[in-house]
Design a protein around this ligand. Sequence first.
Ligand code: S3P
Length: 439
Amino acid sequence: MSSLAIDPAGPLTGTISVPGDKSITHRAIMLSALANGETTITGYCPGEDCLNTARAFRAMGIRIDETPTNLHVYGKGQWGLTEPDGPIDCGNSGTGIRLLAGLLAGQDFFTMLTGDESIRRRPMGRVVKPLRTMGATLIGRKGGEFAPLAVAGGRLRGITYVSPVASAQVKSALLLAALYAEGCTRITEPRLSRDHTERMFRFFDIPVRHEGTTVELEGRPSLGWSSKGELAIPGDLSSAAFFMVGASIIPGSDVTIANIGINPTRTGVLDVLTEMGANIQVQNTREQAGEPVADVRIRASRLRGVRVGRDRIPQTIDEFPILCVAAAMAEGETVMTGAEELRVKESDRIATMATELRKMGVSIEETPDGLTIQGTAGHALHGASCTSYGDHRIAMSLAIAGLVADAPVHIENTDCMETSFPGFNAKRLELLTHSGRGL
Ligand code: S3P
């Protein structure tokens, strides 16, 4: 298990790119594998989560050629998958396992879905229950609450479902199942979650209706869809967020992150940082495969505390750990509420950030649904021995916090960064080297 020692350093300067968007890459692999014809996915996320999804489709008979920048997928059509001869291992990926559960529910074969220790602790009932209502046969530990999941594909029918959680993974699992169902599927969520699945359906000319927080899809078990040849993935805003916060809190920093997705269902981090007083410029906005993309420049500035309530959680869900680091360096108090979903991510991100930032001298109070953080108003955090709990976003958030500490920060268990951001460290050093402080 590897570890990382972060020395106090800075400023961060330069222009970088980050790996492709993880959420969009999962969906691109799935829809390209089921399209008629070949698709080249450019700028994909080479993190372990997405590679596991690619392996899953290979195990179901889909040829996928891989280069460092592109995936070439030989789609076999909507009914082109074949039964895998062993369990499918989704690794650490909640998106992988939940979306596959939906997609496989409508196949005419049997599959077993499993993953690592963290995945086997995360709730699956949220997809299993509505999929069963659609007619699917799914079995799992504790009545279907936990993986491994056994999916005996079968005939599905459309349902109207009001989801208790704002979760793109739930919505997307049901939309993928709905492709195979007879009739219409209508899903309403309490607040709008990321809409990458809907956008990618439209990219492949699969009509989805959308009004407020309700999305509706007509089943199309016999229509299929065609490849569009090329599918370009934008850089991942969630990965860019680490360096955005790093640049904001380290005096003298000036960083541009090129070509990142700015889908409005994901940009809570830009809104929250801007409200905190961050100096962010979104430049060169354009569109790529149905997703808005831009270059984002961030310069250091003094941050102030902020309130982030339930309404803003879905757009900020994966950036919570790094926003805690921004809050720790801000002036005044930051209060985050309505964020209980964070307790069922790769780790309990409320508890893990509270525990680890406390070790670095931050005054932080944990509540059932969030955190209250007293900012240090730009004063250095303390050196400490920390752990990532095997959670990639915790590891990278602590690495950024280490840059503004007064002594080295040691982080245990940092292999997990590979989940979403292979090369995170190289990018960190590149931004420090530009300012002559990398080595
Ligand atoms: C994701 C949705 C989010 C997010 C996860 C990726 C997706 O989870 O936290 O990292 O790709 O659909 P929930 O939809 O369960 O909140």
